[in-house]
Design a protein around this ligand. Structure first.
Ligand SMILES: Nc1ncnc2c1ncn2[C@@H]1O[C@H](COP(=O)(O)OP(=O)(O)OP(=O)(O)O)[C@@H](O)[C@H]1O
Ligand SMILES: [Mg+2]
Length: 149
């Protein structure tokens, strides 16, 4: 358990491998259906953390988890689905309608969204919000915020 009963958790990782390992641990705290919003600038490690989360959920091997920046949505898993979404290319909330995200919410699934801030208000609560910050070439500051409900 990484989060346990805490409201927020902050960690610093020193390599991509450490970020993946943290994602794997974090997966143990996530109960589908669940929406995970990943925020943070380009290269801050959102996809790297997603690899760990998806692998930790047992939905795919970490090397199978790649950035959905072109296809926008990747689907992993069997009975328990994990959707990995990247909204980098979305410029306004109107464009979200073309992605069919409502269908993802309605499944009993885990949905991990890179550039999660671009969902604006078009997403259900509760959500886990993860802010990633680039602090040096190999160091990332990660803040995980649990839903308050
Ligand atoms: N501690 C670290 N945690 C995560 N990634 C790291 C770390 N140190 C270095 N890196 C490198 O930083 C890059 C992070 O890229 P990644 O694709 O995960 O970021 P991203 O936030 O998804 O970017 P984008 O906004 O383009 O989708 C990778 O090249 C990774 O190897
Ligand atoms: Mg990415």
């Amino acid at each position: 358990m990484v989060i346990g009963t805490k409201k927020t958790v902050e960690v610093v990782t020193h390599s991509p491998e450490e970020t993946i390992a943290f994602g794997r641990e974090l997966a143990g705290d996530l109960q589908p259906p669940c929406l995970v919003l990943l925020k943070g600038e380009l290269g801050s490690g959102k996809t790297t953390l997603a690899k760990g989360i998806v692998a930790g959920l047992g939905a795919a091997r970490e090397e199978e988890v790649t950035s959905p920046s072109f296809t926008l949505v990747h689907e992993y898993g069997g009975d328990r689905k994990v959707f990995h979404v990247d909204l980098y290319r979305i410029e306004e909330s109107r464009e979200l309608a073309t992605l069919g995200l409502e269908e993802l919410w309605s499944e009993d699934a885990m949905v991990i969204v890179e550039w999660g801030e671009k969902l604006w208000d078009n997403a259900p609560a509760p959500r886990v919000i993860i802010q990633m910050e680039y602090t040096s070439s190999e160091e990332r500051h990660i803040t995980v915020e649990r839903p308050s409900a």
